[in-house]
Design a protein around this ligand. Structure first.
Ligand SMILES: [Mg+2]
Ligand SMILES: [Zn+2]
Length: 202
């Protein structure tokens, strides 16, 4: 697992025990399959608004992302780091601090041998969420996880995340509407309305 944190994290959130976890592809950026170039990175509508509302309620923002494209040899760790640093700067320009980006490059049948493993961090396994819990002393029952795939929801469920939100992105499989533990939203504006109805508008 790779973990990226800001060079100079603010101390405002030092005592906060809750976080808004975000999957990356399909939630932060439009999912274009193994995205690894800044010029292909398009933010999903409403992401900054959502994150500001969460931050205003003392939620840390933490990204948890499977990046098997590294293990598959489609792009390198350096490529991923470059996109990640750029993404964190973009959030910073919108006055949003990302407390951490957790990424798993592994795959059980990865083409590159050094990434070939059944990794406990790769979603639907909960490893990245549990590591973030330990790093920031989070109470996961007070945390929120927004993802666009069933493996995100599965990872969240196994970690004991209190609020699971499935974003019904256009290119993802239809959500499990029947599962009452999962809140299904059509877009991030709806997520903001449902999760943070009292947050001030920006
Ligand atoms: Mg996704
Ligand atoms: Zn891993």
């Amino acid at each position: 697992m790779f973990i990226y944190t800001p060079d100079s994290p603010s101390e405002v959130l030092l005592s906060s025990r809750r976080a808004l976890f975000l999957d990356r592809d399909g939630v932060i950026n439009r999912d274009t399959d193994y995205l690894h170039k800044i010029e292909h990175f398009a933010f999903v509508d409403g992401i900054f608004d959502l994150c500001r509302a969460a931050a205003g309620l003392d939620y840390r923002i933490i990204v948890v992302t499977n990046q098997s494209g590294i293990g598959r040899g489609y792009y390198t760790e350096a490529d991923f780091l470059k996109v990640t640093e750029w993404m964190m700067r973009e959030f910073a320009e919108h006055e949003i601090e990302i407390s951490g980006v957790y990424a798993c490059p592994h795959l059980i049948d990865a083409v590159l041998e050094r990434y070939r493993r059944d990794c406990p961090a790769r979603k639907p396994n909960p490893g990245m969420l549990l590591r973030a819990r330990d790093d920031f002393q989070l109470d996961l029952s007070e945390c929120i996880f927004i993802g666009d795939q069933s493996r995100d929801m599965e990872a969240g469920r196994r970690a004991g995340i209190g609020t699971l939100v499935r974003l019904n992105a256009a290119n993802s499989m239809p959500a499990e509407n029947s599962d009452p533990a999962i809140t299904v939203v059509a877009d991030l504006y709806e997520a903001r309305e449902k999760l943070f109805p009292d947050a001030g508008r920006h």
